[in-house]
Design a protein around this ligand. Sequence first.
Ligand code: SAM
Length: 268
Amino acid sequence: MSENNKTVLKQGNINIEIETRNSSFTPYNGFDKPKFYGRRKGRTIRKAKTTLLEAFLPKIKITADSVFDKEKLFDLPVKEVALEIGFGDGQHLAGQALKNPNTGYIGAEVFQNGVANLLTLITGIKEGSNIPQDIKLIDNRVDNIRVFDDDIRLLFKQIPDNFLDKVYILFPDPWPKKRHAHRRFVNPDNLKEIARIMKKGGILRIATDHKIYKGWALRQVKENGNFEWTAKCGNDWKKEPADWVQTKYQLKAIREGRRPVFLDFAKK
Ligand SMILES: C[S@@+](CC[C@H](N)C(=O)[O-])C[C@H]1O[C@@H](n2cnc3c(N)ncnc32)[C@H](O)[C@@H]1O
């Protein structure tokens, strides 16, 4: 239903207004390096994390040329493969990978300090730790995380159709100004690629604490046409999902009085 440029999405007992404003979205041409608007580096990365980036990251790193074969990618038989885009400090990625040793996780993150933090979480090596010659994962961890430390858009072309069981986009940068809307990660180009690489029945999870982004994401995914929003009532999207692991940005949002929502979409 459309009225005064506002659209209401009705589903189960949910009635929600979704974004209708059109932004001047320019599709990525697939050849040039895509423009990235966030930060690639933050505070100076200290010694332990620098060592992790130099000596440990190469062991679990994938590149834009990696072969996407489940067995080759993970060196262990994984039942499912999940992708987390923009894993930030890595809490969710590390937490999910620990809870689900039979799932292979691919994490993509541009921000080097975030990548370094993930490496600390999975090796246990912090500033002041003794750094062994051969850095290994913490004892109870299986080797089920692979890291792409660059813009996921550069990797999309390498991922085969119907490859992924789950895709997480958690608290993406909201770019709330209308003139910055084209920077939002959940956009027609990226959703087209995500729909292509996901299996039927797979779950795309988008979490956000931003009012505009909530409506924007619902609108974009609906317009993509390849996904079904699974929520039927408020509890299905206003409460943390049962398999959730908290993230840094989620906790920041809660501290600042914003209420996150968790949107699960099933691939048709
Ligand atoms: C607001 S942070 C949220 C981090 C984390 N998901 C959390 O909830 O704490 C968004 C992250 O997405 C990353 N990001 C944005 N666009 C990306 C892209 N195209 N490829 C990989 N990472 C991206 C940014 O570098 C940033 O760390």
